[in-house]
Design a protein around this ligand. Sequence first.
Ligand code: ADP
Ligand code: MG
Length: 246
Amino acid sequence: MSDKNIAIKVNQLNKSFGSLHVLKDVDLEVRESEVVVLIGASGSGKSTLLRCLNFLEVKESGTIHLEGKEVDPKKDDLNKVRARTGMVFQHFNLFPHMTVIENIIEAPVYVKKMKKEEAIKIGKELLGKVGLADKADVYPRTLSGGQQQRVAIARALAMKPQIMLFDEPTSGLDPELVGEVLEVMKALAREGMTMVVVTHEMGFAREVADWVVYLDQGSVVEIGSPEQIFEDAQEERTKEFLSKVL
Ligand code: ADP
Ligand code: MG
């Protein structure tokens, strides 16, 4: 594990919204092919941390390195940086007026300037991968929530990201649809995708995570393997949180 390259390195990250200090001296390291699950109460800063990793939020202080290189929002082309970190949200945000395949090829064609035929070919392969090979030409509204979220994952993968960020990807789904999305995420993890996942699915965290990070009020309270966190948490705050969610 330790000989793998570091994919994400966050050092002393701080972020405030006005007078609200949302992320406090956050340190985090994710190596290539690792899956890191972020857990914590609502409002603890999980989404803000993911959004900082994707530069949808501008940090106040601290540094973020992606694949060994510090990202400087003032100098670097953030569209290129974002293309390397795919993001999947709770609400899938598919374009309703576009078919599934049109949704998937949008960014590769218009941001990456990929040839349309190539984007369609790659898009169809990805649809096969998420189990929706037959849905290329339908509109999102005709799909279930679980299917739409799988399209959203395929859409993010179409940019060939090195890192995938998931923000509560199953929280908006009916319980019977959660499994199919988690299966797609597990398959990605098995293929070696580097992933940071905010989720309340503790079973997924146990099974897939290399590391579980517990955030409370913007601070990283504890980081450990799933076994360490779920069976032998060291911090009172971690134990208290887990006693509520497990
Ligand atoms: P989580 O994802 O863990 O629920 P968030 O990162 O969404 O937490 O939010 C952390 C805190 O920051 C919350 O108190 C939230 O209300 C606040 N917050 C998040 N985004 C904004 C924003 N754009 N403007 C002001 N406050 C925000
Ligand atoms: Mg959130």
